[in-house]
Design a protein around this ligand. Structure first.
Ligand SMILES: *[C@@H]1O[C@H](CO)[C@@H](O)[C@H](O)[C@H]1NC(C)=O
Ligand SMILES: *[C@@H]1O[C@H](CO)[C@@H](O)[C@H](O)[C@H]1NC(C)=O
Length: 352
C-alpha cells in the first residue's frame, strides 16, 4: 500500500507540473508518454479500489496531503479528488493544452493525425495523435447528442470541437504577452499539418471565428486569428471559395475584419479576370481557385445584402476602377463596369 500511495502522490504532482510549470519546456515525446502512463496508472488505481470504502478513504487522505503540498508550490492548482482519478488522462491533456509553456513539438505530436494511437514503443505507449483521437470521440458524442446542442450540424461537429481546442490553445498562449510569437507559430504549424485537408481547416477556422463568448481573452484570440488569417492569402482565398455562402455571410456579419478581408479577396479575383471573346464571358486567368464571373457577382450581392453599410463604399471603389479603365459602358471592356452593372441588376431584381 505504501508504494501505491507514493506512486499516486507522484502521479498527481506530475499532473500539476504538466498543467502549471515551465518545466514542460524541457519535455519531449518520451516524457509526455511517461506522463500518460502515470495518468493511466491512476485510472487503474481508481477502477481497482473505488468499490472498497476502506482503501478509498486511505487514497482520499493521501490526495489531500498531496493537495496541500502541491498548493504550496503552485497556488493556482486545482486539487485532484478521488473521482478525478477515473479520468486522469483527460485531466493531464487539458492541463497540457492550457499550459502556454508546452513546446510546439509536443502539441504537434498530440494533434498528429497520421499515425495510429497507442502503439507500444519501448517502455511506454505512444501517445502520438492522442488529441486527434479525442477529437474524433468528442465529435461522435456531439453528433450523437443533437438535442443538447442545436448548433451541431452533423458533419461540422468535428470542426466545432477542433475549433474549441484551437481557441483554448490560443487563449492560453495569448494570456502571456511573451507568447504571441509562439501563438503564430502554433497556427502556422496547424496549417502545415492540415495540408491536404485544407477545406476542413477552413471550416475549423470559420467555427473558431464564430465562437462568441464575452470573455476578453476569447476576443483577443479571435482578433489574433483574424490578423493571422489576413497574412495567409492563399488560405483566405481558399476559405472564400470553399465555404458555403451562408457561412461566409455569417462571418462577414460577425467580424468586421473578416468582412474587409473577404471583400479584398473578391476584388482580387475580379482583377484576375480577363474577357474571353470566344466565350463572350469574363474568366479568371489564374486557375486557383477557379471562380466564375457569375459566382463572383453572387459573392458581392450576398455581401452587400448582408452588410448594406459596406455597399456604398465598395460600389464607389468599383466605380473609380471602372473610370480608370476608361469609363465605357460597353460590355467586355472593364471587369469593374460589368461587375457593377451585374450587381445592380441582381440587387434591383431582388428589391422589386
Ligand atoms: C510504483 O512505481 C514503481 C515505479 O516507479 C513501480 O515499479 C511499482 O510497481 C509501483 N508500485 C505499485 C504498487 O504500483
Ligand atoms: C486542497 O488544498 C486547499 C488549500 O490547502 C484547500 O482549500 C482544499 O480544500 C483542498 N482540497 C482538498 C480536496 O483537500
Amino acid at each position: 500500500m505504501e508504494a501505491v500511495l507514493r506512486n499516486l502522490s507522484s502521479s498527481v504532482e506530475l499532473l500539476a507540473v504538466a498543467a502549471l510549470s515551465g518545466e514542460v519546456q524541457q519535455w519531449d515525446e518520451q516524457t509526455v508518454s511517461r506522463a500518460f502512463h502515470w495518468a493511466r496508472y491512476c485510472e487503474h488505481i481508481f477502477s481497482r479500489f473505488h468499490n472498497n470504502p476502506a482503501i478509498s478513504r486511505i487514497l482520499e487522505k493521501q490526495l489531500q496531503i498531496t493537495n496541500n503540498s502541491v498548493r504550496a508550490v503552485f497556488p493556482g492548482y486545482r486539487e485532484v479528488c478521488f473521482s478525478d482519478l477515473s479520468r486522469c488522462q483527460h485531466v493531464l491533456l487539458v492541463g497540457l493544452l492550457n499550459n502556454p509553456e508546452v513546446p510546439i513539438s509536443i502539441m504537434k505530436m498530440l494533434f498528429d493525425t497520421t499515425s495510429p494511437v497507442n502503439i507500444k514503443q519501448g517502455e511506454y505507449e505512444d501517445v502520438t495523435g492522442l488529441c486527434s483521437h479525442i477529437i474524433q470521440y468528442k465529435s461522435a458524442c456531439k453528433v450523437l447528442t443533437p438535442f443538447t446542442d442545436s448548433s451541431a450540424a452533423g458533419a461540422d461537429a468535428e470542426a466545432e470541437v477542433q475549433a474549441g481546442m484551437l481557441m483554448e490553445r490560443l487563449d492560453a498562449l495569448l494570456s502571456q504577452a511573451s507568447k504571441a510569437c509562439q501563438a503564430e507559430r502554433f497556427l502556422d504549424s496547424v496549417l502545415q499539418g492540415c495540408e491536404g485537408a485544407s477545406e476542413h481547416f477552413c471550416r475549423v477556422i470559420a467555427a473558431a471565428l464564430l465562437t462568441r463568448t464575452n470573455s476578453a481573452a476569447q476576443t483577443a484570440s479571435v482578433d489574433f486569428l483574424l490578423d493571422w488569417l489576413q497574412q495567409k492569402h492563399t488560405l483566405l482565398q481558399h476559405m472564400c471559395s470553399a465555404l458555403s455562402s451562408a457561412l461566409l455571410i455569417d462571418l462577414a456579419k460577425e467580424c468586421l475584419k473578416f468582412r474587409h478581408a473577404y471583400c479584398d479577396v473578391l476584388k482580387k479575383w475580379a482583377s484576375d479576370m480577363e474577357y474571353s471573346i470566344n466565350d463572350d464571358e469574363w474568366v479568371k486567368t489564374s486557375p486557383n481557385p477557379t471562380v466564375s464571373f457569375q459566382k463572383l457577382t453572387e459573392h458581392f450581392v450576398g455581401l452587400f445584402e448582408a452588410c448594406p453599410s459596406l455597399r456604398n463604399d465598395v460600389e464607389k471603389e468599383l466605380n473609380d476602377l471602372k473610370i480608370s479603365d476608361g469609363d465605357f459602358d460597353v460590355r467586355g471592356l472593364s471587369v469593374w463596369g460589368d461587375l457593377l452593372s451585374e450587381i445592380n441588376k441582381r440587387l434591383s431584381i431582388r428589391i422589386t
